[in-house]
Design a protein around this ligand. Structure first.
Ligand SMILES: Cc1ncc(COP(=O)(O)O)c(C=O)c1O
Length: 451
């Protein structure tokens, strides 16, 4: 009988992260200082990040050792299992073999602590006392709260208002791990008060919450800012997912044809696929890498590749990325972690070079797929993860039609135990789909910085 769960021992856990920067098909366009339009000096980043992470952000070393303190925390739940989704395959009557990397087994329930723990470690090492961040769905906020608590750091989280209201249990989890939570836009920052005054009914957005977290960071001593996606160092920390997966696939003698992951800022998808992409860059493989986003926030499928701010108020350096415009406010869909206007510069470059492709799916189709997955495989996916599952099912059905025995691997980025109100809304037929109107996207793109 085929193995259905491939585990690695603690000793087999990778001891270095993989840095894709030296292997990219061309140099990544640098972050720019919005005041000068020139590459941002490290000083600009130093106001909000510790040196250890800035170094990683720009490093040309292919392998970066994982500090023992970080490894020892990783071992609380890593290596994570790679499952074969045999029951889902049977339900779909597909000859495809489907595997999923289960990141939901971490204490906060997603892939996010892979970077939260590393970020808390480097900040602590440099004497930082307090970390500020934003969170969409609450997964990233809980991961940082978990990590800060282990390192004895104070943690302040600006949580996008719509998620704060949809997911009270995520807030309680963060508070249990000692964090302070504000619904964003909040009354705690000048930017939050301004947005609130202009539009008291706003659902908030990740861009606004990032602006608030940065404003809070720079206004207090010994504080730094922490980002849960998008940046190079975040993707670097997440490569532990793909590196483990590589070893696990070798154990069962599999060579994947398709990789799939949901994409907000891009960290879980990149964490899974970057360790496999070098062969495709060098023309040695033709693996299909598919990033999946919601139709309500179509950054990859409709956003141009341009320099833009990472936040709404224009506090961050400019990043060259696929973007819907920094003041784009997506509708309040239930996959809060996929409501971001921009995308990791690394993934943006790879999509632009056609090494990765993207699909957009509506949320009701994502939930329909999540329910089939839960009924066959048992695990309850996060709404974000469900977007990936929809495309996994589509690809497996194509194999059922053509008879192709493809190997599909996807990132099970998190569980949905705190998202049951969204499942409830779906089961009661109350969920709606949103396709962001092209006209609104065009308007929002008018405000892109003129670089
Ligand atoms: C479970 C889960 N998956 C995916 C994402 C999307 O983020 P990223 O694209 O950085 O992996 C989030 C973000 O909050 C998440 O909570």
């Amino acid at each position: 009988m085929d193995e259905i769960k491939i585990n690695l021992s603690e000793k087999e856990m990778p001891q270095a992260w993989y840095n894709v920067l030296p292997d990219l098909p061309e140099q990544l366009p640098p972050p720019l200082d919005p005041r000068t339009g020139k590459p941002a000096e490290p000083e600009v980043l130093r106001a909000i990040f510790p040196d250890g992470l800035i170094k990683q952000e720009m490093s040309s070393d292919r392998w970066i050792e994982i500090p023992e303190e970080v490894q020892s925390i990783y071992r609380m739940w890593r290596p994570t299992p790679l499952h074969r989704a045999i029951r889902l395959e049977k339900a779909l009557k597909t000859p495809a073999r489907i595997y999923f990397k289960n990141e939901s087994v971490s204490p906060p329930g997603s892939h996010k602590p892979n970077t939260a723990v590393a970020q808390a470690y480097y900040n602590k090492k440099e004497g930082v006392k307090r970390l500020c961040t934003e969170t969409g769905a609450g997964q990233w906020g809980s991961a940082l709260a978990f990590a800060c608590n282990l390192f004895g750091l104070e943690c302040v989280v600006y949580m996008v208002r719509v998620s704060y209201e949809q997911k009270p249990y995520r807030r309680i989890l963060m508070q249990t791990w000692n964090a302070t939570i504000y619904a964003s836009p909040s009354q705690h920052t000048e930017y939050g008060r301004k947005i609130f005054k202009e539009n008291p009914d706003t659902p908030g957005s990740l861009g606004i919450a990032i602006s608030e977290a940065i404003e809070d960071t720079v206004s207090k001593k010994d504080s730094k800012y922490s980002l849960g996606s998008v940046l190079n160092h975040v993707l670097l920390h997440q490569t532990i997912m793909g590196l483990e997966t590589k070893k696990q696939l070798e154990i069962v003698g599999e060579k994947p044809d398709i990789f799939i992951g949901c994409v907000g800022g891009g960290s879980n998808f990149a964490g899974l696929v970057l360790p496999f992409i070098d062969d495709k860059i060098k023309g040695k493989s033709n693996v299909d890498f598919i990033g999946v986003e919601p139709t309500a926030c179509p950054t990859m499928t409709k956003g141009p590749y341009r320099y833009d701010f990472g936040d709404s108020s224009g506090l961050t350096p400019l990043l060259k990325m696929l973007t819907l415009g920094h003041d784009f406010i997506p509708s309040g869909i239930h996959a809060g972690g996929l409501r971001y206007h921009g995308l990791s510069p690394i993934l943006s470059l790879l999509i632009n070079k056609k090494l990765i492709r993207a699909e957009a799916v509506p949320q009701t189709k994502a939930f329909e797929s999540a329910i089939l997955f839960a009924r066959t495989e048992g695990f309850l996916p996060a709404p974000e993860t469900s977007h990936a599952i929809k495309v996994v099912i589509d690809e497996a059905k194509k194999c059922a039609e053509t008879g192709e025995e493809k190997c599909i691997v996807f990132s099970f980025s998190g569980h949905g135990h705190f998202d049951l109100s969204s499942y409830d809304a779906y089961l009661q037929g109350k969920l709606q789909d949103y396709e962001y109107p092209d006209e609104e996207i065009r308007k929002s793109l008018e405000n892109l910085p003129k670089i």
